[in-house]
Design a protein around this ligand. Structure first.
Ligand SMILES: [Zn+2]
Length: 172
């Protein structure tokens, strides 16, 4: 799964901002799939509510908002691959995280970022889980994490750029 650095940074900044208000944040990664290659092209920051409950912090994204995002992704030919959310302290998939994921597709990824995302884009600090058929949300360890997510610096140039250039060239 290819994760462009700027897509990761948009997510981390949103989680960090939530953290400055003392709450957890959540973001989503969507992109395109070609065979077994998943390329993230978009970070979505859903409208969300967050606060504290008896046993900790919680974030909530409404059903309407999820439906809106689903339609928008469908219209743009994108698929939801991963969710990423922050914890105030240690990164792990809580019972709530297991029970109420936004990403529900098998093979989907859920990332938990520790310390309100103060560590920036640092995969080694993140807890990363995949939804597997037999074991449910299953933690990916050590080097497997860096195999699962390849951070790349360059996002491919949008198609429109080359189209404009081509038209211009023809016109000349
Ligand atoms: Zn959590």
């Amino acid at each position: 799964m290819y994760l462009p650095k700027n897509c990761a940074q948009i997510a981390i900044e949103a989680l960090y901002r939530a953290g400055t208000r003392g709450v957890e944040g959540v973001a989503l990664f969507a992109g395109v799939r070609e065979g077994n290659t998943f390329t993230i092209t978009q970070t979505i920051i859903p409208l969300q509510k967050a606060g504290s409950v008896e046993d900790g912090l919680i974030y909530v994204v409404s059903g309407e908002e999820l439906e809106r995002i689903g339609l928008e992704l469908y219209d743009n030919g994108l698929q939801l691959f991963a969710q990423i959310h922050s914890h105030p302290g240690a990164a792990y998939h809580s019972e709530t995280d297991d029970a109420f994921p936004i990403v529900t597709v098998l093979g989907g990824v859920s990332i938990v970022v520790p310390n309100f995302a103060m560590g920036g884009v640092k995969i080694s600090e993140w807890a990363i889980y995949r939804l597997l058929p037999n074991t449910g949300w299953t933690e990916i360890n050590g080097k497997q994490k860096e195999k699962l997510f390849v951070i790349n610096d360059d996002i491919p140039a949008p198609k429109q750029v080359s189209v404009k250039w081509y038209k211009f060239w023809l016109w000349l």
